[in-house]
Design a protein around this ligand. Structure first.
Ligand SMILES: NC(=O)c1ccc[n+]([C@@H]2O[C@H](COP(=O)([O-])OP(=O)(O)OC[C@H]3O[C@@H](n4cnc5c(N)ncnc54)[C@H](O)[C@@H]3O)[C@@H](O)[C@H]2O)c1
Length: 317
């Protein structure tokens, strides 16, 4: 077996996520082979890539020109050809356990053990489809946010059998592609991204079902309220900066009300003091309490800039 050519990536499945990953890797000057068993899909992928790249260029987010980036992406309908001489396979086939199991068995037999086999799976953990493979130590999940060429964070989720070297290589690849690799330490269904989305969406459906709010006003509250703020700071940093005294004061003041709301939905996950202190300690590494007022101002300035960008994009609503 010849050694893998440095930096060549195979993308297996050329749907929304496969096309988007191709754009991410190609704009970072990596060569990409895009595979799909559906010839019509592969043919449609080329023009789609052009559109995505042109939009990124218009937004000032492309380092080189569209033609140069697009030229780094080739399509291949044969899986064995697509994964020849690659260092990394990013699987983007449908979210179907049986399909991912069969596909990973094929990928394991088609590629040398030095090749990383990553799944873009949204919710299915790697242990569910790669446990029985001889090469399971080079398998893991790299779950992107959609669209990956704009949401520059992906979840790196190893199985217990994934080697540390595989995780290191995945992290390095993502960093080189301009994507922040968020580490998910334990395999839980839906990982972190979709658990967070799920928590909000479950509550949103309950509120509309119970006649508390219209679907449109709910979306508005997220878009112009919690979501606008979350576009510049996360929920923990929000609690830290919303309350004088930070997260610990927030937990004392708001914890009981949040516990009652959780109980209403059959959830019983209180916030014990040691947990709150652990979170506060971590969050305050970036937001020291002695600079609380300055950090509040930085938050406000960041929200202002997002609001200005949104109004110039015609999305202020
Ligand atoms: N859409 C999202 O928001 C999103 C976000 C993150 C992750 N994901 C995950 O990424 C994966 C792909 O999702 P998508 O939204 O791009 O789906 P999609 O339906 O748009 O694309 C799937 C592609 O896989 C192809 N395919 C079918 N069988 C295949 C096989 N055996 N080998 C290779 N390709 C095959 C299909 O022809 C299709 O083009 C899923 O696991 C999904 O959960 C999706």
């Amino acid at each position: 077996v010849s050694p893998p050519a440095e930096g060549r990536i195979a993308i297996v499945g050329a749907g929304s996520i496969g096309v988007a990953w191709a754009v991410v890797f190609a704009q970072a000057e990596m060569n990409v082979v895009l595979h799909d068993p559906d010839v019509a899909r592969l043919e449609a992928a080329g023009p789609e890539i052009q559109v995505r790249l042109r939009n990124l260029q218009e937004g000032g987010l492309l380092k080189s020109d569209v033609t140069a980036v697009a030229a780094r992406i080739i399509t291949e309908v044969r899986l064995d050809e697509a994964v020849r001489n690659v260092t990394h396979v990013q699987e983007c086939a449908p979210e179907d356990l049986g399909l991912k199991r069969t596909l990973f068995a094929r990928l394991d037999s088609l590629t040398p053990p030095t090749v990383t086999l990553a799944s873009s799976s949204s919710a299915i953990v790697c242990s569910a489809f790669a446990s029985d493979l001889a090469g399971r130590s080079r398998c893991l999940v790299i779950h992107p946010g959609n669209p990956p060429y704009l949401l520059s964070v992906a979840e790196v989720v190893p199985a217990p059998f994934t080697s540390a070297e595989t995780v290191d290589r995945a992290n390095a690849l993502l960093r080189a592609a301009g994507v922040y690799p968020a580490q998910v330490a334990v395999e839980v269904e839906g990982f972190v991204f979709n658990r967070l989305q799920g928590a909000l969406l479950r509550e949103a459906y309950c509120l509309v079902r119970d006649g508390v709010v219209s679907a449109q006003d709910l979306d508005r509250i997220v878009k112009d309220g919690v979501g606008l703020r979350w576009s510049v700071i996360g929920p923990f940093a929000t609690a830290e900066l919303n309350t004088r005294g930070g997260l610990e004061a927030h937990a004392v003041r708001m914890g009981p009300a949040y516990a009652r709301m959780g109980a209403e939905r059959g959830q019983n996950d209180p916030w014990p003091t040691d947990l709150v202190q652990r979170v506060a300690k971590e969050i305050q590494e970036n937001l020291p309490p002695e600079h609380w007022e300055a950090n509040v101002q930085r938050r406000d300035q960041a929200i202002m800039r997002v609001k200005m960008a949104r109004s110039s994009a015609g999305l202020a609503g």
